[in-house]
Every structure is written in structure tokens, then in C-alpha cells.
Design a protein around this ligand. Structure first.
Ligand code: DAH
Length: 330
């Protein structure tokens, strides 16, 4: 059956071409159905064999079956190739470069005031100081009188102090914690008192609420030399070993002698805080005999220290809580 075999060759060539052209598994499935399926053209050829001369049926049947197997094998090959290509494409598309920096998840951080406050606390607890606390709404007595601040002292002025009903004030400094901590206690002791304070002030370098840290130590033979040594070490801890500090004579009603401490930072002297030897009258006001005991005290702004440390020019930038600013200080 020469004609039948020619048909077969043409059909097989057509099938090979269609398989090669199939670009997807779906397209290949259709090609398969067309040639290899029950209703496909090869099946039709096989069905036609019955009509042939008996001696032709065997060889033609074998030829058709052999062609069918070749087409089937080719289709399988093609399918494997298509799947392989798809996988390669998908790998290329979803390629993951593990060396790229990751997207940082948003995480919180400590506020610069908290960072500095924690360092301050860490430094002083390391020297054996304990932490004392006091209320932000304070009596006028603790805030001023007990600290030897005379009734006509300018710091009591309406322009500085927020007065609260009932003769109380929002504490203008952390020094009243000295009174609370010393009253009823017998020296020796050393305390720090970090906390919020309030003043009627509002400009680029002043906010109505800010933070101070108070420190004081009372013992039988505490001297100004201890004060200077402790504060110099404190400055080194916050600003590095090379920091220079200086003490300038000053006046505070609650210390005698009194000084201000400055430190050298970014090519200039910056005021840091006040300090001195606790005034005998303050000790007496707390029931401590100044003939037997003496101590030093100091107080400085935590916000100011954080601003100097991190180069923040305006206190409101730091206290307003804008995360775009705070994120730069980590
Ligand atoms: N209380 C002072 C202020 O707010 C700071 C201060 C100065 C505290 C001298 C002290 C000190 O303990 O000895 O400005």
C-alpha cells in the first residue's frame, strides 16, 4: 500500500512540526489529541487498516504503530523541554539575590533623652549611688524654702514657676528631691534623682518641660575634690576620655561654695550644670548636723546634654516626638 505509507510519512512530518511548534503544555495537549488521540489522525489510519488487502495489513499496521511511537516519544521530549523552560524562566524571574541588603523592618528606638538618662544612671549606680524619686507637683517649701531660696528670690518669680492650687508648684528643678531623700535619714548616703521639671520658658533652647538629673553625696569628710573627681569622670563617660571640664565660681542658695561646670565640646565651652558643697542650712533643714556631716550636690539638664551629645540644635526638635528626627539619633 504505497499510498497509505506516503500518507503516513506526511502525517508524521506534520505531527513532528506541530509538536516542535507547541509552545506550552496546553498547546502540546491539543497537538497530542489531534494526532495520537482516540479520534486523532493516527487512530483513523489504524482503523483504515481493516479495509486493506490481508497481506498489506501487517506491514502497514507495523509502520503506523512505529510512527505512533515516534510521535509519542517526541511529544514526551517536547513536554519535558517545555516544563524545563518554564522552570528556568520562573527561577530567573523570581531570582533571589541573597547578598542584597534586606528591607529593614520598622523598629522602635530609645529617645535621645532616655539614652542619655540611662547612661547617666548607669554611671552613678556604678559608683554606688541609688536612685531617689520625688513628685512633679511639689510643695513650695521643698522646692524653695528648704533649699535656702529666699521668698524674694527671682527663681520664684511668676515668670519662671508654674504655681498650682493649694500652695504647690510644678517643681522647677530636681533639687527638692535632696530634701525628701535626706530628711529622716542618717548619712552616709549618695543619691541621684533624674526627672521632669517645669519652667515658664519657651524658645529654641528652652521648653516648659525638660529633664534634670540631681546628684548628692553626704559623708563625714566629703570635699570639693570628690565633687570635681566625680563630675570629671561623669563627663568622660558621656563625652569621651579626652573631654575637658572646668569649674567656675558661681552662686546657688543651696550650696556654699558653688560652681558651674562647663565642658569643652566642638571647639567651645558649653555650660553643663551647677554644683557645690551642700549649704549647712540645707543640711540643718533636713535634720542633719553640719558639724558632723558634709556633702556635695550637683544638677544638670539631661535634654541639654543629649542635644550637645547628638548635635541637636533645637530642644523642640527633640521633644516634639517627630520620628524623622528621632530616627537620626540612634
Ligand atoms: N537646681 C539648680 C537648677 O535648677 C541646679 C543645681 C545647682 C543643682 C547646684 C544642684 C547644685 O544640686 O548644687 O538650676
Amino acid at each position: 500500500m504505497a499510498g497509505g505509507t506516503e500518507n503516513l510519512e506526511a502525517l508524521e512530518a506534520e505531527a513532528h512540526e506541530a509538536i516542535a511548534a507547541a509552545g506550552s503544555v496546553q498547546a502540546l495537549r491539543e497537538v497530542r489529541a489531534r494526532f495520537l488521540g482516540r479520534k486523532g489522525s493516527i487512530a483513523a489510519l489504524l482503523r483504515g487498516i481493516g479495509a486493506l488487502q490481508p497481506d498489506e495489513r501487517g506491514p502497514v499496521g507495523q509502520a503506523v504503530n512505529a510512527a505512533k511511537e515516534r510521535v509519542e516519544a517526541l511529544a514526551q521530549q517536547r513536554e519535558a523541554a517545555i516544563v524545563g523552560e518554564q522552570q528556568a524562566r520562573s527561577v530567573a524571574e523570581h531570582r533571589l539575590d541573597v547578598t542584597l541588603p534586606g528591607a529593614a523592618p520598622p523598629v522602635g528606638g530609645l529617645h535621645p533623652v532616655t539614652v542619655v538618662e540611662c547612661e547617666m544612671i548607669d554611671f552613678f549606680t556604678g559608683l554606688g549611688f541609688s536612685i531617689e524619686d520625688g513628685p512633679e507637683v511639689e510643695t513650695e517649701y521643698n522646692c524653695f524654702d528648704a533649699l535656702n531660696i529666699a521668698p524674694d528670690h527671682p527663681s520664684r518669680d511668676l515668670h519662671d514657676t508654674f504655681f498650682v492650687e493649694g500652695g504647690h508648684v510644678l517643681r522647677t528643678h530636681t533639687s527638692p528631691v535632696q530634701i525628701r531623700a535626706m530628711t529622716g535619714r542618717t548619712p552616709p548616703f549618695r543619691f541621684i534623682a533624674p526627672g521632669r521639671v517645669y519652667r515658664h520658658d519657651h524658645d529654641a533652647t528652652h521648653a516648659p518641660m525638660f529633664h534634670q538629673i540631681e546628684g548628692f553625696m553626704v559623708d563625714r569628710d566629703v570635699t570639693m575634690a570628690h565633687l570635681k573627681g566625680v563630675l570629671h569622670a561623669f563627663a568622660r563617660r558621656l563625652f569621651g576620655d579626652d573631654v575637658r571640664v572646668r569649674f567656675r565660681g558661681h552662686f546657688f542658695p543651696f550650696t556654699e561654695p558653688s560652681a558651674e561646670i562647663d565642658f569643652w565640646w566642638n571647639d567651645r565651652w558649653l555650660e553643663w550644670g551647677g554644683c557645690g558643697m551642700i549649704h549647712p542650712q540645707v543640711l540643718r533643714n533636713c535634720g542633719i548636723d553640719p558639724e558632723q556631716w558634709q556633702g556635695f550636690a550637683f544638677g544638670m539638664g539631661i535634654d541639654r546634654t543629649a542635644m550637645d551629645r547628638f548635635g541637636i540644635p533645637n530642644i523642640h526638635l527633640m521633644l516634639d516626638g517627630d520620628v524623622r528626627v528621632l530616627e537620626q539619633v540612634r
